[in-house]
Write a protein that binds this ligand. Structure first.
Ligand code: PMT
Length: 406
């Protein structure tokens, strides 16, 4: 796929991997993109603007204004012009500045003004990459909706071997091509996503709930929105926020409220992704006032079954709609996931197992297997945002297969 006519800002920071940015620039231009290079002052120590402007056929932007003419370079205009921004290499310092809004150079101000998707390809020594502050900054940037192109494990400029090598330019171009192709497919698609736990009231101060943080569902909402979908996120009680203003968030508390919200939106959507950890049971008779321990025997709480939201939508599903469920399992994972796929009339189910380290509730990472009725694909441990990207890719591929069969 070409990048014909796409406006791309290539941000270059000061690291040895800046030499690879030249190849990246060449490849982007060759694929038909119009590229504006923005380089940090440290970046210019590694690669000369003359090379970059010759290849991009545009003056390289580095300072806020041109010293001899006083011409102002508008980071706001650049941010609006771009269809995407790719920062490669992104150093630990620039990653930290982006994460915390320290706008002391043209690249960071342009990043802060960018309205388009931003791809960040880190490159640094293995210990810097592994440092908790770098990792926290990357996860923060990811939570703001940016795409991290994880570095490879390999030989580093320090002579050491480890994770920190900037991804190869060919692969970065592939990531961008895939992004634009999937944006075409997802643009204007209506997507309903559930996230977080549900809380089932015992009395006004207590509830039955679970450990879901909402991270997986919110990552899915950000991912779908960044690809141009119109997203409604029905969220149980979590302490997260969404950075993409185009996501409509509807807050609910109980499974019944979540069901009502989903039934309201489902008829109009193309895709529904049921990521919430819905409580299977709720107290049959929630108390109107706080149950006092002083005056009572140990209470016995009678439970009733909650509605199965995914199964309810599965029964109402119309041709052309895709319904995706999750399965959180502790044993017999594959069998249970396949049983849920069939029983709830899902098109796809994403299995995560509590037996996999770093997967499931609360973590920033997940390890999933995606099943359709015809296929099964296992993925390695990745950040929840990357898992969300894999799930959206799988939905797009499955949608294409379905429409070619019809
Ligand atoms: O929120 P995080 O901390 O990031 O954690 C993410 C997650 C572990 C919650 C998520 O990845 C996940 O697995 N979500 C589904 C959890 C779950 O309830 O699984 P289940 O196997 O019990 O349910 C199967 C499917 O039916 C799910 O799509 C669920 O949303 C749906 N369901 C379940 C019960 C119910 N009453 N109604 C439902 O719709």
């Amino acid at each position: 796929m070409s990048l014909q006519g796409k406006h791309i800002i290539l941000g270059i920071c000061g690291g040895i991997a800046a030499y690879k940015s030249v190849s990246l620039l060449r490849l982007l231009v060759k694929a038909g993109a119009e590229v504006q290079v923005v380089i940090t002052p440290a970046g210019k120590e590694f690669i000369t603007p003359v090379t970059l402007s010759a290849l991009s056929q545009k003056p390289v932007v580095s300072e806020f204004f041109t010293a001899n003419t006083g011409e102002w370079h508008s980071h706001v205009d650049l941010g609006l012009w771009a269809d995407c921004m790719v920062i490669a290499p992104a150093t630990a310092s620039s990653i930290g500045k982006m994460a915390h809004g320290i706008a002391d150079n043209m690249l960071i101000t342009t990043y802060l003004s960018a309205k388009s998707p931003v791809f960040i390809a880190p490159a640094m020594d293995l210990d810097m990459m592994a440092h908790p502050s770098t990792q926290a900054n990357l996860r923060l940037l990811e939570s703001y909706g940016n795409h991290i192109i994880e570095p490879e494990v390999g030989y580093l400029a320090s002579g050491l071997t480890g994770k920190g090598r900037m991804e190869e330019p060919e692969r970065i171009v592939e990531v961008l091509q895939k992004h634009f192709a999937s944006t075409e497919t997802m643009k204007g698609k209506k997507v309903l996503i559930t996230a977080g736990p549900t809380h089932e009231k015992i009395d006004p101060v207590r509830f039955i709930g679970n450990y879901s943080s909402g991270k997986m569902g919110y990552a899915l909402a950000e991912e779908c929105a960044s690809r141009g979908a119109e997203v409604t996120l029905v969220s149980g009680p979590v302490s997260l926020s969404i950075s993409n203003p185009s996501v409509k968030v509807e807050k609910v508390e109980s499974a019944k409220q979540m069901l009502a919200a989903c039934q309201n939106h489902f008829p109009a959507v193309d895709v529904a992704i049921m990521c919430a950890a819905v409580a299977d049971y709720a107290p049959a008779h929630p108390a109107d006032s706080k149950i006092k321990r002083e005056h009572q025997e140990v209470p016995v709480i009678e439970l009733v079954k909650n509605p199965d939201i995914a199964a309810t939508l599965g029964a109402a599903k119309k041709p052309g709609q895709q319904l995706v469920g999750f399965a959180l399992e502790t044993d017999h994972e594959f069998d249970n996931a396949l049983e849920k796929l069939a029983r709830k009339n899902l098109d796809m189910i994403v299995l995560n197992s509590m037996r996999d380290r770093g997967a499931g509730f609360g973590t920033d990472t997940n390890k999933v297997t995606i099943f359709t009725r015809e296929s099964r694909k296992e993925y390695p441990l990745k950040s929840k945002r990357e898992v969300a990207a894999d799930i959206v890719d799988a939905i797009i591929n499955h949608g294409c297969e379905l429409s070619s069969e019809q």
